[in-house]
Write a protein that binds this ligand. Structure first.
Ligand SMILES: CC(C)(COP(=O)(O)OP(=O)(O)OC[C@H]1O[C@@H](n2cnc3c(N)ncnc32)[C@H](O)[C@@H]1OP(=O)(O)O)[C@@H](O)C(=O)NCCC(=O)NCCS
Length: 164
């Protein structure tokens, strides 16, 4: 497995292999933030197929209460592996380790991520990797599906932090 920063020519493969609730521009939006210098969009590859991704948001979590509690703490956002048959093989762990390596290189003293309260398996993974629960917050975000319909989502989450 190899991890690299997303390139423009990777977007089509990401949309093809890692669908996201029918949202056509999902990966494009993450790539655009990377181009603006606000994020690093990491992609895990198995041969020539993308099998996982995450976005390191250098400005931190969007929720103001999380940013206030953890100023200067980047966030690993949108961690996911696809297809399901390739989960539990270390892809998620490798993406998190690469995000931590980049954050350390930038002099960050901590890194964090939000996990939905109803996702105990993901929480267990992050705890094993050294993250501890810090504060609950509501993750409010929206996306447009393939038919152009806008969806607004509010997920009850816990922000987890790891000192670097
Ligand atoms: C969570 C996820 C990114 C982890 O990636 P991964 O490549 O499976 O992770 P690793 O192989 O490094 O670690 C495996 C651990 O991930 C967790 N995990 C595995 N499958 C999972 C799933 N479907 N949902 C949530 N967590 C999962 C478990 O703790 C697992 O440990 P186990 O195999 O001992 O049960 C991936 O499983 C996934 O995309 N899940 C669905 C989306 C999701 O829940 N994203 C997290 C948002 S905070």
């Amino acid at each position: 497995m190899r991890i690299s920063q997303c390139r423009e020519e990777d977007l089509e493969l990401l949309d093809q292999h890692m669908p996201f609730r029918g949202a056509a521009s999902h990966h494009g939006a993450r790539y655009a933030r990377q181009q603006e210098g606000r994020a690093t969009f990491l992609v895990a590859w198995r041969e020539r197929r993308p099998v996982g991704s995450c976005e390191v948001r250098w400005e931190g979590c969007e929720a103001p209460e999380v940013r206030a509690a953890h100023p200067g703490c980047p966030e690993v956002n949108g961690l996911g592996g696809w297809p399901e048959t390739l989960r539990s093989l270390g892809v998620g762990t490798a993406l998190i380790h690469e995000a931590e390596r980049l954050a350390t290189g930038r002099g960050c003293q901590a890194i964090g991520l939000g996990v939905e309260k109803n996702n105990p398996r993901a929480s267990a993974l992050y705890s094993r990797l050294g993250y501890h629960a810090s504060l609950p917050y509501l993750d409010c975000w929206s996306y447009q599906d393939g038919a152009g319909v806008a969806h607004r989502v509010a997920d009850a989450c816990v922000f987890m932090v790891k000192p670097l």
